[in-house]
Ligand binder design. Sequence first.
Ligand SMILES: Nc1ncnc2c1ncn2[C@@H]1O[C@H](COP(=O)(O)OP(=O)(O)OP(=O)(O)O)[C@@H](O)[C@H]1O
Ligand SMILES: CC(C)(CO)[C@@H](O)C(=O)[O-]
Ligand code: BAL
Length: 298
Amino acid sequence: MAAPNDADFRHAGEPAGPPGPAVLTTPAAMQRWRRDHPGDLGFVPTMGYLHEGHLALVRRAKAENALTVVSIFVNPTQFGPGEDFERYPRDEVRDLQLLREAGVDAVYLPSAAEMYPPGYQTYVTVEEVTRRLEGAARPGHFRGVATVVLKLFNAVGPTRAYFGRKDAQQLRVIRRMVRDLDLPVEIVPCDIVREPDGLAMSSRNVYLSPEQRAAAPVIKRSLDAAAAAWAAGERDAETLRRIVREVIAGEPLAALEYVSLADDETLEELEGTVGGPALLSLVVRFGATRLLDNIELA
Ligand SMILES: Nc1ncnc2c1ncn2[C@@H]1O[C@H](COP(=O)(O)OP(=O)(O)OP(=O)(O)O)[C@@H](O)[C@H]1O
Ligand SMILES: CC(C)(CO)[C@@H](O)C(=O)[O-]
Ligand code: BAL
């Protein structure tokens, strides 16, 4: 059910104002737009419901490239059965307005039917680095992420692609895929943007009740406690994980799903004395809502 060509390329926003971003809704329309717009292109893939974390990526992409493209696509293949695909927050009108204000050149807004038409059967599997952490907690998740990111890259043709450090394993999976498949794109990691009380911005924060939201900064406090111990010279992997566990245990609304201290690149869990750079990451549940966060110890 391909959209007619006219609908593939339209401008968001009022006709009287300055032109908004081009909105492309099919891979073919996106590829055509890219052919017509040569030059360095910064790409920010998202699942929409945009917040300051996304907009920081967009600003960086704009600062470093002649052209900026943002995709909004809630990718069904990275959600497992029973996960929140159906209720994932969506607000396309507000997102387009924010991207217009941010001055992006194009928004890629494909439908699931365009991305995965009947007969679709090709997936990308990144191996070792997907086995633990989010890969273990969400079987099939990174197969969906790697597949959709490769498809998005093929449609958009980016020079650079911007990913948040909040999804630390995702960033490493994408880097690995880019190296292994010789993709001609530079992956640019971007720092985590936080609320004033330390909670990492996330579209899923909207699921929290007021009481859960008030309790959620415990996540960053637990990372800060471990980082302070690290700064004071603590290098024992289990002690650093225990510090996180103890801080989270002090918050009755928070349930720790996992805490990991892993090799910063391979994500192999570390034991004993930590020598090199390490990624301290955790997932905390507030009711049905899973929130993830991390800090790099170097
Ligand atoms: N607080 C943040 N700081 C920096 N980057 C972020 C932040 N939140 C999301 N990103 C990045 O934005 C990109 C799109 O992420 P996505 O649309 O999944 O947003 P999200 O808020 O992380 O959603 P969710 O937490 O519900 O998965 C990813 O590269 C992600 O790492
Ligand atoms: C990279 C991504 C857009 C792929 O669907 C998603 O996993 C996300 O928003 O982090
Ligand atoms: N930001 C990661 C996408 C997901 O949770 O599916």
